[in-house]
Design a protein around this ligand. Structure first.
Ligand SMILES: *[C@@H]1O[C@H](CO)[C@@H](O)[C@H](O)[C@H]1NC(C)=O
Ligand SMILES: *[C@@H]1O[C@H](CO)[C@@H](O)[C@H](O)[C@H]1NC(C)=O
Ligand SMILES: *[C@@H]1O[C@H](CO)[C@@H](O)[C@H](O)[C@H]1NC(C)=O
Length: 180
């Protein structure tokens, strides 16, 4: 059960944006925290429930950051982790050549952000415009209800003395709605 759900959801949310919009995710709640404010600041805004915009200022160059992407959901009171990976941020382009999930994520990021996945990360301004999740008519209605929700956590890290230290993170809770 867990594995089927997991593959469905991964296929579902990582798909390239399809023409038929039967399911749409809404941002129910967004929270973010900066733990090392000397590295960056950012603002995040949800537009008409389904689109996420963000402005990120990197305040000093970051040699070799890592990031974690974590997706999970509480379904019938069981916490199911669909995806939980920490990788070198600048390996992303390379990983995307061999891994479909990363590839589809990269396509989405290319359409919605100016992230370039190059190291060192420069003292630059980055943006996210209209990051949204939707999918066509996969049989997810019964598996996902608004009640279950869906949580995504993205955290950034620097590596110091072989330990990862969190720069900051963003966490959003998504709910799904069936439109057709
Ligand atoms: C973030 O940093 C930039 C560059 O130093 C500064 O101009 C801006 O006001 C800061 N924004 C916030 C929200 O602190
Ligand atoms: C949000 O706005 C976009 C255009 O900016 C529109 O295409 C979309 O249908 C809107 N979504 C909702 C739920 O109103
Ligand atoms: C994701 O993996 C990290 C370790 O890599 C672990 O600390 C964390 O608890 C995991 N998250 C979930 C929701 O299992």
């Amino acid at each position: 059960m867990g594995i089927i759900l997991r593959s469905l959801v991964i296929a579902f949310i990582m798909k390239e944006i399809p023409s038929k919009k039967c399911y749409i995710f809404y941002y129910e709640d967004v929270s973010h925290v900066v733990r090392l404010p000397e590295y960056l600041n950012y603002t995040v805004k949800v537009v008409n429930k389904s689109s996420l915009n963000a402005e990120v200022n990197v305040l000093k160059p970051i040699a070799n950051p890592y990031w974690k992407i974590e997706l999970h959901s509480k379904i019938r009171n069981t916490d199911i982790v669909f995806f939980n990976k920490t990788t070198r941020y600048c390996d992303f382009g390379r990983l995307a050549q061999h891994n479909t999930i990363f590839k589809n994520m990269l396509l989405t990021f290319r359409e919605t952000t100016n992230l370039d996945f190059k190291c060192p990360v420069c003292k630059c301004h980055y943006f996210i415009r209209n990051l949204y999740f939707q999918a066509d008519s996969l049989p997810l209605g019964p598996a996902f209800s608004a009640k279950d929700g869906f949580q995504v956590i993205v955290a950034g890290y620097i590596k110091e003395q072989r330990k990862l230290k969190e720069i900051g993170s963003i966490r959003f809770l998504l709910t799904v709605e069936k439109l057709c």
